[in-house]
Ligand binder design. Structure first.
Ligand SMILES: [Zn+2]
Length: 312
């Protein structure tokens, strides 16, 4: 179990009192899915404890328990479709194979499209005996209100900084403070990132500075950056834009930016005005959605770097 989830895990209490539908929400990268998976295992465990040793737990750990179904948007798709929701409905009304209960888990439940959400409503209104639905989302506001109102909410919190740092240190992360700050205190997100992400952020600042000072064109900088993992590259760029805005408006850039990184950011901030900074920020947020579509990443990066080119 993730150490910062112990208290909320204990708060779930008696399974007999657990509602049939639970919406597990909270910031990304803090272990919501892991929590839901563990709860699903507890619901099928022979000892109702996620003991890890009974047959049910061993099957579930391998992803092979016939009474647990995990649903998520298919690879390369952004939505969970009505067919997937119907399959889930059918799964939940069957008699359990092994366990006394059946559990369906929806990862990123905010991706349920409208027809899929509507298909789920009936299951939520009249749950079959012994059936449980666990919805996991970091954007619960995007769920249909009729779905939300039929679930009990369980909000998972970020770990404290101390818990996050100690977790990352346990995974031999060289600069856990910077990485944790970069991922907004989300340790699992931090672990999924390359451990040198803070250095990559510094190199991206250097590239932006080369463009902003006229030493390099947007096109030349694009050649360096278009091949980088789009999720991480854009998350870093968003963090840089936020740091630039904070630095310009308040004089301090925030916890990611310390020492050499902070000095580099300060140099770049001095070359840009607030309008450029906010445009870069906006465009980086938009680009995050664009990158999901199959288009030339060079174009996206080029447009981003163009925002910091010196103006005539
Ligand atoms: Zn067990």
């Amino acid at each position: 179990m993730l150490p910062w989830q112990r208290a909320v895990w204990d708060s779930v209490g008696d399974l007999e009192r657990l509602p049939h539908a639970l919406l597990i929400s909270g910031p990304p990268g803090i272990g919501k899915r892991q929590f839901a998976e563990r709860l699903a295992i507890r619901l099928v465990c022979e000892h109702e404890a996620a003991c890890g040793t009974c047959r049910a737990c061993r099957l579930a750990a391998g992803g092979n328990h016939p009474d647990i179904l995990a649903v998520r948007a298919a690879e390369g798709k952004t939505e969970i479709t009505v067919d997937e929701a119907r399959a889930l409905n059918q799964f939940l009304v069957l008699t359990p194979h092994l366990a006394p209960r059946r559990v369906a888990l929806i990862v990123d439940a905010d991706r349920l499209n409208r027809s899929a959400s509507n298909a789920l409503l009936k299951t939520l209104e009249e749950p079959a005996a012994g059936s449980y639905l666990l919805l996991v989302s970091d954007a619960p506001a995007r769920l249909l209100p009729t779905i939300r109102s039929r679930c009990r909410n369980l909000v998972l919190a970020r770990p404290t900084e101390e818990e996050g740092l100690s977790y990352l240190k346990g995974h031999q992360i060289p600069d856990p403070g910077a990485l944790l700050a970069l991922t907004h205190g989300a340790p699992l997100r931090a672990l999924a990132w390359p451990p040198d992400a803070p250095d990559v952020a510094a190199r991206l600042v250097a590239s932006l500075d080369a463009v902003a000072s006229g030493g390099q064109s947007a096109l030349e900088a694009t050649e360096v950056w278009h091949g980088v993992d789009a999720d991480i590259g854009l998350a870093l760029l968003i963090e840089i834009a936020a740091g630039l805005a904070r630095l310009t408006l308040t004089g301090t850039a925030g916890p990611v930016w310390r020492g050499e990184r902070e000095a580099r950011l300060r140099t770049l901030a001095a070359r840009l005005d607030l309008e450029q900074i906010f445009r870069l920020w906006d465009e980086a947020l938009e680009a995050r959605d664009l990158m999901a579509a199959p288009l030339d990443r060079r174009l996206v990066w080029d447009r981003l770097f163009l925002h910091v080119e010196p103006r005539d």
